[in-house]
Write a protein that binds this ligand. Structure first.
Ligand code: PLP
Length: 380
């Protein structure tokens, strides 16, 4: 049995405190107050303003993409991204069961149905092998795309999710999805700053989506962004998320059902100040991950690290316990001693609204579900 009390002492020493240690809290150490006050003084607190534009160009630079669109949150971003790549009511979307519920909800908001496929053990993200074998069994490739032989429905997107900032094996996934004419929307909500073979996550699929919720590495209270290298698709995204208004000096003309998914300038101001510090946050977390790794190695506990050819942002760090009993004891011991830890999400098909969805054998997802625990990961 591993020494969990030593884990508690180590974490308390890292944060130099004896009081409660949460999983992840924001770090405001830059121009946050300055930019937010400027926004209030300018009166441009709402959906138009210089910080929204600045945020979008910063996101283009960080993700090395041609077009970024600021949106109200990551969930709304995924919903719109799915619409942009052609997901229509009644379609199906391939994704992983091991994810935060927002991934599946966004698919449902677009009136499509998720199909849950297994993850890779090393990345905890959707497995290209699982996708390939599912499609070999159920895929029916037609002129206009891929159909599911079992349901008769069109499979019109695949949404990989970079769990806790660990990039999925994208090259392999892109190859399989291209062969079956299935566009990829990356749920990069957790992975700003992560890289796959030198490229930022979010930039490799047709559209990538980020979140700036309060618990993410970079937060603006609430917010999200779509990124894409397809400029016209990006412009369509901006159009749809700003009520699909046809430009006119004074008339209200809307030629499609759009959304009010805009990010207010007030939030964009906070986002800009936070993005300015992203490199520092990433370095701080990487150093912390290295310390965790050396420490856990001496305790015989497996600390999860990035896979070869990738860079993780170490958003939420995690350990893999031996089995469920050991995991439960770890959760119990840490949480009752002021150190917050949390098991990975329950698989989506355990939730009542997603229990009916088609899925494959979830060998790896179920293995991880019983063993992975997040540990405090805030910037120190
Ligand atoms: C945070 C998160 C989202 C949603 O982001 P919000 O900004 O909270 O709507 C989507 N997917 C995953 C995997 C997330 O972790």
């Amino acid at each position: 049995m591993a020494d969990f009390n030593a884990v508690i002492s180590f974490i308390k020493a890292q944060y130099k405190t004896d009081s409660f240690i949460p999983l992840h809290v924001p770090h405001f150490g830059g121009n946050e107050k300055k930019y937010v006050l400027e926004t209030i003084d300018s009166t441009f607190v709402s959906s138009v303003g210089a910080y929204v534009d600045q945020f979008e160009s910063m996101m283009q630079e960080i993700t090395q993409t041609k077009k970024a669109v600021a949106v109200v949150n990551g969930t709304a971003g995924i919903q719109v991204a799915l619409r942009l790549v052609g997901v229509k009511a009644g379609d199906e979307v391939l994704t992983q069961a091991l994810t935060f519920v927002a991934t599946a909800n966004a698919i449902t908001y677009q009136n499509a149905t998720p199909v849950f496929l297994d993850v890779d053990l090393d990345t905890m993200g959707i497995s290209s092998k699982a996708v390939a074998s599912f499609l070999e069994e159920f895929g029916d490739l037609r002129e206009d795309g891929c159909y599911n032989k079992k349901s008769g429905k069109k499979i019109s997107a695949c949404v990989p999710m970079h769990t806790f900032g660990f990039p999925v094996h994208l090259d392999e996934l892109i190859m399989v999805c291209n062969a079956w004419k299935i566009p990829i929307v990356e749920d990069a909500a957790e992975s700003i700053g992560s890289e796959y073979k030198g490229k930022p996550t979010g930039s490799l699929g047709k559209v990538g989506v980020f979140s700036f919720n309060g618990n993410k590495i970079v937060t603006c209270g609430g917010g999200g962004a779509l990124v894409t290298n397809d400029i016209s698709l990006g412009e369509k995204g901006k159009y749809l998320t700003t009520t699909a208004k046809v430009p006119h000096p004074y008339e209200y003309v809307h030629d499609e059902m759009g959304y009010n998914f805009r990010m207010p300038n007030l939030n964009a101001a906070l986002a800009c100040a936070q993005l300015e510090q992203l490199d520092g946050f990433l370095e701080n977390k990487r150093n912390f991950a290295n310390e965790y790794q050396s420490f856990f190695a001496t305790k015989g506990i497996k600390f999860r690290t990035e896979t070869p050819e990738t860079k993780a942002n170490y958003w939420l760090m995690c350990v893999e316990l031996e089995n469920k009993a050991e995991r439960d004891l770890f959760l119990q011991t840490t949480n009752s001693n002021g150190v917050m830890t949390r098991p990975i999400w329950q698989l989506m098909y355990r939730l009542p609204m997603y229990a009916h969805c088609q899925r494959d054998k979830q060998v790896n997802a179920e293995f991880l579900e019983e063993r992975i625990v997040n540990i405090p990961s805030s910037v120190r």
